[in-house]
Design a protein around this ligand. Sequence first.
Ligand code: SAM
Ligand code: SF4
Length: 335
Amino acid sequence: MTKDNGILQDAFNRKHTYLRISLTERCNLRCSYCMPENGIQLSPKSHLMTYEEIFNIAKIFVKHGVSKIRLTGGEPLIRKDIPVILEKLSSLPVELSITSNAIIIDKFINTLKANGIKSLNISLDSLNPEKFKQITRRDQFEKVYHNILLLIKEGFKVKINVVLIKGFNDNEIVDFINLTKELPITVRFIEFMPFDGNKWDIAKMISFKTIIECANNMFTESQIQRIQDAPNDTSKNFKVKGFKGSFAIITSVTNPFCDSCNRLRLTANGQLKNCLFSASESDLLTPLRQGKPIESIIEKAVTAKFKMRGGMDTLEKLQNPELHNNNRSMISIGG
Ligand code: SAM
Ligand code: SF4
């Protein structure tokens, strides 16, 4: 590969234009598929990126072609300096967005608008308050639901992320699709993925095939329309004719979208992950603090990106706990 391709192009000619930045390892929920039961070993505060460091690292990525930044976590909105982070990042020529559990988002409507945030991904795994409490280990359904309606009313484009788990919320697929009848949202069903400490088992995963079968049982074939996916989209998009919203399926397990992957991830403690499933990380924060250039480290990390799922290129490999437990827990990666 020649230098002309830029430092964000990998060995498989994938250009990385999308950076997801985790702002914190902490969260105000405890979703069982994300946060291990006994919590995680948190990084000391001094090991976390400050807002200046986030901005300085982001600027380097933007200089090399990143055009989209998503803030995630843990719960990104619990960072005290979130208004400054948004203000700084919104001064860059990027599309800026957030993934949040929406619990405290009502306090940030004006801040989000002032910083050009137009679309948000919100997690909601059940429409049943008791089940919400069971999966998140917190009694906050009403707050989250209310805040989703508020975001819609305030004109934000809202995508709802639903992690489907067999025997837990797979009986709500149709309820979630029906939610798109009157609400102009996209409900995105996500196949349950394995990370350290989340007790993943492929038997608990609800696949693309099952979701589509479920939709087909409820609606006629002509009612369900396959709609255009956005470029580099991780989801396959559908719509029920006449409904205001749409639904989509993210098939990271059964049909990964690695060929068109354009994402890189920066953890809250300043480690670059070239893939969500990658066990290896590259420290950007230490050299940045030492005043050293970090471009060559970024280039090396991007070049080393595996063709598929951090090297777990078969379902057998993905199911091997020795491989998927090598990775962090999702709470400290930032989905
Ligand atoms: N706290 C925010 C939230 O919940 O939206 C942002 C961070 S959360 C880690 C980002 C996304 O990762 C959420 O939509 C969550 O559902 C998803 N996620 C977490 N663990 C997952 C898993 N094991 N499989 C699939 N998606 C997962
Ligand atoms: Fe928190 Fe989001 Fe993980 Fe749930 S999915 S524990 S809300 S970071």
